[in-house]
Design a protein around this ligand. Structure first.
Ligand code: CP
Length: 312
């Protein structure tokens, strides 16, 4: 078993934005995840590096994958993890977000994991706590551990980032996954395309070094990886989005449209998927092409790596 003392530190105290990480930081997390990937396939998955450590999950938005995989990751590492029930907390009695941060900090946790809808809220919380903070997704800003598990999944398929083109497709404007993946894949040397209907074209497109397409078939032409995104209905204020059927006809990925990508192109999606909205249902389940389940599985190893590294 690897010793905690042998794991290196990240250049940052907190993991809030991929944008702030170095290539060495990213490689440290990917390489460490590789160690845990082996143990996660064993019958006994325990790697108790974090015995006696206390971790708090603080999720202000719904989650299945991120919440549960952080919890599994912490438990496999032997840490004590508490999922704070926001609805049952004193936030509902008027306690402010920052007073909540002060209160949790007073109990001496070793790490706090936060998902919040408001851009900037995670830095505010981080400024009030003594321990490191890991983002589990912040508004439309970033979702760093999703991009790390996506990169790990691509790497596991034997791809060299410098040799591949990836199309990130769909609701780019409201997607923190698109932003984190952009920063990570760019740092690692991949070519990136943003592909969206005009109503989901990012208003800050000039901030990204990408090829932009407003047509799905043209946008995925000859690429190695097609990453589809969910429509982030919870963040959309405008009424400009068409019906699910109309969106699927125009921008849903189907077997037919996928013929434009390389013959061995792989499909990714951070989940949750909306079948027959952004992706044809049977294509999402096609294990020869779809990496969706691998992404979820790899999320546990990546989050174990993040917990082990951030608690150094
Ligand atoms: N990909 C992702 O963040 O999924 P959850 O919202 O289920 O955590």
């Amino acid at each position: 078993m690897i010793e905690h003392s042998k794991i290196s530190k990240l250049s940052q105290k907190n993991l809030i934005r991929i944008e702030n990480l170095t290539v060495e930081d990213i490689n440290l997390i990917l390489d460490t995840a590789k160690i845990f990937q082996g143990s996660n396939k064993e019958k006994n998955k325990s790697m108790p590096l974090l015995n006696g450590r206390t971790i708090i999950n603080l999720f202000f938005e719904p989650s299945t994958r991120t919440l549960i995989s952080f919890e599994i990751a912490a438990r496999r590492l032997g840490a004590d993890i508490i999922n704070m029930n926001i609805e049952g907390s004193s936030l509902r009695k008027g306690e402010s977000l920052l007073d909540t941060a002060d209160t949790l900090n007073a109990m001496n946790p070793d790490l706090i994991i936060v998902r919040h809808s408001i851009p900037g809220s995670l830095n505010e919380i981080a400024s009030r706590i003594s321990c490191p903070l890991i983002s589990a997704g912040e508004g439309i800003n970033e979702h760093p551990t999703q991009a790390l598990l996506d990169a790990f999944t691509i790497q596991n398929r034997g791809k060299n980032f410098k040799d591949i083109t990836i199309s990130i497709c769909g609701d780019i404007e409201h997607s923190r996954v698109a932003r984190s993946n952009y920063h990570l894949l760019k740092k690692m040397g991949a070519k990136i395309r943003f592909v969206s209907p005009n109503y989901f074209k990012p208003t800050d497109l000039d901030q990204f070094d990408v090829e932009y397409f407003d047509n799905l078939e043209a946008g995925i032409s000859n690429v190695d990886i097609v990453m589809m995104l969910r429509i982030q209905n919870e963040r959309i204020k405008e009424a400009s989005v068409p019906s699910a059927n109309a969106y699927f006809n125009d921008f849903g990925l189907t077997y037919e449209k996928l013929k434009r990508a390389k013959p061995d192109a792989l499909i990714m999606h951070p989940g949750p998927i909306n079948r027959n909205v952004e992706i044809e249902s049977s294509l999402a389940d096609d294990l020869d092409k779809s990496l969706i389940n691998e992404q979820v599985e790899n999320g546990v190893s990546i989050r174990m790596a993040c917990l082990a590294i951030m608690t150094k």
